[in-house]
Design a protein around this ligand. Sequence first.
Ligand SMILES: [Zn+2]
Length: 322
Amino acid sequence: MKLVNEFSKLAASYLSPAGQYAHLSIMIYHRVLAEQDPIFPREVTAETFDAQISCLKAVFNVLPLAEAVTRLKNGTLPARAACITFDDGYADNLTQALPVLQKHGMHATFFIATAYLNGGRMFNDTVIEAIRHCRDDVLDLDAMGLDRHDVGSFMAKRAAIIKILNRVKYLPLDQREDTVAELARMASDVPLANDLMMTTAQLKALHAAGMDIGGHTTRHPILATLDDAAVCREISAGKEFLEATLGEKVALFAYPNGKPGSDYLPGQAALVRKLGFNAAVSTRPGSATRSSDIFQLPRFTPWQANPARYILAALGNLRHGA
Ligand SMILES: [Zn+2]
C-alpha cells in the first residue's frame, strides 16, 4: 500500500499542482455502515471507510470545503487538494464516520435533507427496507404498475430495489411518497426502521465536533421537476431549519441527486446563489479548476471499497477537469 500511495502522490502532484492550476477533488459519501449489508455488500463500512480515509490522507491534502472554495477562487489551493462530503443526513455519519474522521484528523461537510431528521425515512430507504423484510419470495407490484419481482435472495432483492428505485425516483414528490408507502404496505408487515437518519441532537453533536453542515433541501426532490417557486421553498426551508438549529449561517448546498440537466437545471444554480449560499456541489464526476462554476462544483463518488483502487480511481477522476 505504501508503494501505491507514493506512486499516487507523485501522479496526483503532476495532475493537481498547487496554485492557479490546482484541481480540487471533492469526494461524496452517503452511508458508512457498522457492518456489511448482505443486500449491498459494496456499500462502505466503517472498516473500508477507515482504510479509504487513511489513503486519502496519505495522498491528498484534505481541507474543509468552504476553505477549499475560497482558495480555488484565489488560486491558492495546495497541491492534491481534496474535500470529504456526505449527503442526506444518515445517523451512521455521526456514529460510524465521525470517529474515523476524528481518528485521522479529517474535516468533512454534511449535506442534510431536513424533512427526514428525527425519525423520517428517505423514499429509497423505504423501498430498500420494505424489500429487505419482504414477507414472500415474490413481490407482485403489477397493480401499481411496477411489475413483479423475484426477492428470494439477497442478489434478487438488490436487483429488484435498483429497478424499482429507477422507476420511482423521478415521480412528482407527493406521488413518490405515496407510491413507496403503498409498496411498503404490500411488501412487509414489519415496522420499517425509523432511526436511519440523524435526530437534531445528533446533528448538533456532529456540528459541535467541528464538522460543517450544508443544505440539501427538505424533502430531497428532483429540482428539475419543480417550478422556481417550489425550488425556492424547498431550498430555503431546509436552509432556515439548519440555521435555526445550529445558530449559524449555512453557506454550502448540494443538489439532490445532483446530475446537471436531469436532476437540476442550469438556471437553478442562479437561484441557489440568490438564496444566500456561497457555493454548491453537483454529482457530475471530475475535479474543479479555477474556471469551474462554484455553484456547480463536480464531485467524485468512490465506488471502490479496496483502498488502492479507491486512490487510483481518484487519480482517474483528476484527469477530468470541470
Ligand atoms: Zn441526497
